[in-house]
Design a binder for this molecule. Structure first.
Ligand SMILES: *[C@@H]1O[C@H](CO)[C@@H](O)[C@H](O)[C@H]1NC(C)=O
Ligand SMILES: *[C@@H]1O[C@H](CO)[C@@H](O)[C@H](O)[C@H]1NC(C)=O
Ligand SMILES: *[C@@H]1O[C@H](CO)[C@@H](O)[C@H](O)[C@H]1NC(C)=O
Length: 378
């Protein structure tokens, strides 16, 4: 099932390369480094399944964190690309609004082309190496992949233009959810060793290292997505010992602590790092509104998933290729906020992307810009 998506992306990449080659060719018969057009903007994507466009298709260890099988992708792409949704993700809409082509997954085989950016995100990944270790590309490895791209850009554009490209690029992050949900989904003993706030400190500490490293290599504009009420994801609700499908408050509390620490970190980095600009999207609020008032946003169901099995279809079985094989899928994903036990439908992602792109900027220091500002106005 990995094949159709590979073929699609290889064709897609060739299309992109042909276009850029021919447009260069029309400008100059002998393009040199200096004739290479510097794209106005590019988008580098880091993190987890919220943004993974198919990197995990190339992980050989396990299919647990893969989504390259039916009915994933059924709505928009009409085939499973590896995205954890019925269609496009937030990052696909953001790329569109920024007038970029779809940003390909880094692990996608084929001729690399990184002028528009690339996607390093990996479903299941956390800021900590230990989070779902062995079945994901952790954030540190994502950073190492980014370093190879920096080298590629320097070779392609020369040092000066590469630096300009990297400093004009937007770096989009969705990370942290798995560091906390894994505590509940595996037999983790970490919360016996650390207090909640200590553990949050370790997660944020590792994220800080990554941000600083990207900044050191020229990155200036960062977009973050805060953590949703993790205890209210269908897959977490069903492990609530209350057995009634209520939110697991302990998980949501970790998300709340993380979000607070993230805001503090960003305010600090704004002081410390030269030209550091950031945007934080308040996913926590925007998703909560849709879970609690689905009708107001055009949905029929805000709590249960479209695809899965058991209570709230919260069992992580969508597609039947994981531990539990049984699953049901709803008729019309548009009626649901949640596509599977942990992920949203394309419709929900589009609404969130619209907010993230042009929504009201929070004018206090908790992220003064929306993504459109980062791409167009700074
Ligand atoms: C997966 O396996 C293929 C073939 O064995 C190998 O070429 C590739 O590097 C592996 N991918 C990863 C991410 O380990
Ligand atoms: C956790 O441990 C219990 C008892 O050892 C075992 O039955 C269960 O499968 C484990 N769960 C996971 C997710 O590893
Ligand atoms: C990063 O995480 C590791 C555990 O994976 C921890 O030992 C280390 O202290 C963390 N680093 C920072 C700077 O917090």
């Amino acid at each position: 099932m990995a094949r159709p998506s590979s073929v699609f992306f290889i064709l897609f990449l060739h299309a992109v390369l042909n276009i850029s080659t021919s447009s260069c060719g029309s400008r100059s018969k002998h393009p040199t480094k200096h004739h290479v057009h510097v794209h106005a903007r590019s988008l580098f994507i880091f993190g987890d399944s919220f943004l993974d466009a198919g990197n995990n298709n190339y992980i050989n260890t396990t299919t647990l964190d893969q989504a390259n099988f039916w009915p994933y992708g059924e709505t928009f792409f009409k085939f499973p690309t590896g995205r954890f949704s019925d269609g496009r993700l937030v990052s696909d809409f953001i790329a569109e609004y920024a007038k970029l082509s779809l940003i390909p997954p880094f692990l996608q085989p084929g001729n690399p082309h990184y002028l528009n950016g690339v996607n390093f995100a990996s479903a299941g990944a956390g800021a900590l190496v230990e989070t779902f270790q062995g079945s994901v590309v952790d954030l540190r490895t994502q950073l190492n992949y980014y370093k190879t791209v920096v080298t590629w850009l320097r070779r392609k554009l020369g040092k000066v233009e590469a630096k300009m490209t990297l400093s004009r690029a937007v770096y989009l992050f969705s990370i942290g959810s798995n560091d906390y949900t894994s505590l509940f989904l595996t037999n983790s003993t970490l919360l016996n060793t650390y207090s909640k706030s200590e553990y949050v400190g370790i997660v944020i500490g590792n994220l800080t290292t990554i941000i600083k490293d990207i900044h050191k290599r020229g990155g200036r504009k960062f977009g973050f997505i805060n953590l949703p009420a993790l205890g209210c994801l269908p897959g977490i609700r069903i492990i609530n010992p209350d057995n009634k499908g209520g939110c697991l408050e302990e998980a949501s509390l970790l998300a709340k602590l993380h979000n607070r620490a993230l805001y503090n970190l960003l305010r600090e980095l704004e002081k410390q790092l030269k030209e550091f600009k950031y945007s934080v999207f308040n996913l926590n609020i925007h998703l909560r509104q849709r879970m609690n008032h689905p009708l107001k946003y055009g949905f029929k169901e805000g709590k249960g998933a479209c695809c899965g099995t058991g209570q709230l279809r919260g069992v992580y079985s969508c597609g039947g290729k994981r531990l539990v094989k049984e699953f049901q899928v709803c008729e019309n994903p548009k009626e649901y906020v949640f596509w599977d036990s942990y992920h949203l439908t394309e419709r929900a992602y589009k609404q969130l992307a619209d907010e993230m792109w042009s929504g009201e900027s929070i004018t206090n220091s908790m992220g003064s810009y929306n993504l459109r500002d980062l791409f167009q106005n700074l």
